[in-house]
Design a protein around this ligand. Structure first.
Ligand code: P6P
Length: 339
């Protein structure tokens, strides 16, 4: 029966990536090995997050991270797991983590050609109340064979080879793009394998949801204020958009990717570059949105064209359904013309 075939023909993420790799005969499988170590990290964090409430892993670790926020034990644990998994893969040479002020340069004997930028546990302020949180990552190739420097990670997002996130929610879902579309995998805990459940994800061209922290409305610039006003009081007689804001980027972006709509973290008077970090929040999510047929805009330019100067720098971001982002681009363009 067709059903039986499905049950026995398990498309695991490893098999999926191997299939992708087979398109590049010259490939030595380094990328597949790197990805399998990222997947291992996600599986570990998934179990740790699920046990957190029981194992009292929540609560403050005491230290504070480079963002000056209280570091929760799960943050510390997740960061260590990913750093160790990535270094032990023998395929990386520079790591940038939201949790570490400085980049990690892998020792020569364990060095590979990939640079990984990641937020090991984004949205961690939501851990204690059980809201979905996630790991976000992006992968660059070093620019050349010279001694690695920060320039190898200060590349525009369009140079990323791959990007993805793993959402730790009611199920553990890993969404990945290696530059040829977006695919979603769900962890089957009984197998300990990520199984392909969302092949070839495409974001709806236009959505009915906008996702922004309205609490910052007082400080928004005119184009953002005008756009949100339009969502709530459309002039063309169409029905208002719904507001959905979880406050955990992975959860808000995952919903946007599957249901359509727009996610905004604009600049405001308090934070002229917004809040989200370019390398390991803005770039990976923008990469995925473009691969799924959506787009991502900073208020000034295509997000993936941005060239970062600092590893923890921030940028405003508007991403999601192609037509919805196009509307806010027009408002920003009009603002520039108006000046
Ligand atoms: P705000 C979580 O702390 C985070 O980094 C993202 O996951 C999330 O989108 C954003 O900050 C929420 O920020 O200012 O709305 O609470």
């Amino acid at each position: 029966h067709e059903a039986d075939a499905y049950r026995t023909d398990l498309m695991t993420i490893t098999r999926f990536v191997l299939n992708e790799q087979s398109k590049y005969p010259e490939s030595r499988g380094d990328f597949t090995i790197l990805l399998s170590h990222i997947v291992l990290g996600c599986k570990f964090v998934c179990t740790a997050v699920n046990k957190a409430g029981l194992a009292k892993l929540i609560g403050l670790a005491g230290e504070t991270n480079v963002q000056g926020e209280e570091q929760k034990k799960l943050d510390v644990l997740s960061n260590e797991v990913f750093v160790k998994a990535l270094v032990s893969s023998g395929r990386t040479c520079i790591l940038v983590s939201e949790e570490d002020e400085e980049a990690t340069f892998v020792e020569r004997s364990k060095r590979g050609r990939y640079c990984v930028v990641f937020d090991p546990l984004d949205g961690s302020s939501n851990i204690d109340c059980g809201v979905s949180i996630g790991t976000i990552f992006g992968i660059y190739m070093v620019k050349d064979d010279h001694e690695p420097t920060l320039d190898d990670v200060l590349q525009p997002g369009k140079h990323m080879l791959a990007a993805g996130y793993c959402m730790y929610g009611s199920s553990c879902t890993l969404v990945l793009s290696t530059g040829e579309g977006v695919n979603g995998f769900t962890l089957d805990p009984s197998l300990g394998e990520f199984i392909l459940t969302h092949p070839d994800i495409k974001i709806p061209k236009k959505g009915k949801i906008y996702s922004v922290n309205e609490g910052n409305a007082k400080n928004w610039d005119a184009p953002t204020a005008k756009y949100v006003e339009k969502c709530k009081f459309p002039k063309d007689g169409s029905s208002p958009k719904s507001l959905r804001y979880i406050g955990s980027m992975v959860a808000d972006v995952h919903r946007t990717l599957l249901y359509g709509g727009i996610f905004l973290y604009p600049a405001d008077k308090k934070s002229p570059n917004g809040k989200l970090r370019v390398l390991y929040e803005v770039f990976p999510m923008s990469f995925l949105m473009e691969q799924a047929g959506g787009q991502a805009f900073t208020g000034k330019q295509r997000a993936l064209d941005l060239i970062p100067e600092k590893i923890h720098e921030r940028s405003p971001i508007f991403l999601g359904s192609y037509d919805d982002v196009e509307e806010i681009k027009e408002l920003y363009a009009a603002e520039v013309k108006g000046k």
